[in-house]
Design a protein around this ligand. Structure first.
Ligand SMILES: Cc1cc2nc3c(=O)[nH]c(=O)nc-3n(C[C@H](O)[C@H](O)[C@H](O)COP(=O)(O)O)c2cc1C
Length: 225
């Protein structure tokens, strides 16, 4: 005959209740852990979303510790066949900054990083002769911009400079093609994202890239419109 739980001593019932609760929580924790593992952390997406081109800096210098971290982020960037054809120059002295500012104001940032590459050191794809050195430099630049954001520094990627003038101002870059400049510093109190920052293509225009050959017309439309 089934024993009525009313007859059970209160202490035992409480004890059983506790066990089932603990067991239930443990099972849930296990499932949650599995979900979290597949979900990953949001930290990277938050960093990538919150980063913006900062074009106003205050007068606080960038610590050598932070600069070293940014340069390390560039150093560990991947490159085609790991040939590492990228060279990075950090301009921090008044003399070096005075040489770049007539070419581009660099928004008066206290640190400017120049990223260059050597075609002859990059990997060339045999079937069509495509050289990946510039892509490698772009990846290093992306690491620089994201590392700066991670360190709560402001950064703007600058492509609108005359490479010939940079070569003349910095003869030490001889042999390298300068891909990009980065203005880096502490954001001024008034620094804010430009209107272009939040203007991004919607997911439905990007997602067709994930599928097959049939998406080529869609893909062309994305780039041409
Ligand atoms: C390859 C490249 C070159 C760029 N060149 C310049 C530039 O010369 N001057 C500038 O003010 N911003 C430049 N930018 C910043 C873009 O204008 C900016 O990333 C874009 O408008 C999106 O805004 P956000 O960075 O705030 O999200 C450049 C960005 C990239 C990726």
């Amino acid at each position: 005959m089934k024993k009525d739980t009313k007859d059970m001593p209160k202490g035992v019932f409480k004890y059983l209740g506790d066990i089932s609760r603990i067991h239930h929580r443990a099972a849930f924790a296990d499932v949650q852990q599995k979900i979290d593992k597949h979900k990953g952390s949001n930290a990277f997406l938050e960093l990538a979303t919150n980063r913006f081109s900062c074009r106003e800096f205050n007068h606080h210098p960038v610590s050598s510790f932070k600069l070293a971290k940014i340069l390390e982020a560039a150093r560990v960037a991947p490159s085609a066949k790991n040939l590492q054809p990228v060279h990075v120059w950090a301009l921090t002295s008044e003399d070096a900054l005075a040489r770049i500012r007539p070419i581009h104001t660099m928004f008066n940032a206290p640190v400017v990083i120049m990223v260059g590459f050597k075609l002859s050191e990059g990997w060339t794809r045999a079937c069509d002769g495509k050289n990946w050195a510039e892509t490698d430099a772009t990846i290093a630049g992306t690491h620089i911009a994201l590392a700066a954001a991670d360190l709560e520094l402001g950064c703007t990627w600058v492509g609108s400079f005359d490479p010939k003038k940079v070569r003349e101002a910095f003869p030490e870059t001889e042999g390298y093609e300068i891909a990009s400049l980065f203005a880096i510093g502490h954001p001024a109190a008034a620094a804010a994202p430009s209107e272009r920052h939040s203007s991004r293509r919607s997911h439905h225009r990007i997602s067709p890239l994930c599928y097959g050959i049939w998406t080529i017309p869609v893909l062309c439309r994305c780039f041409l419109s």
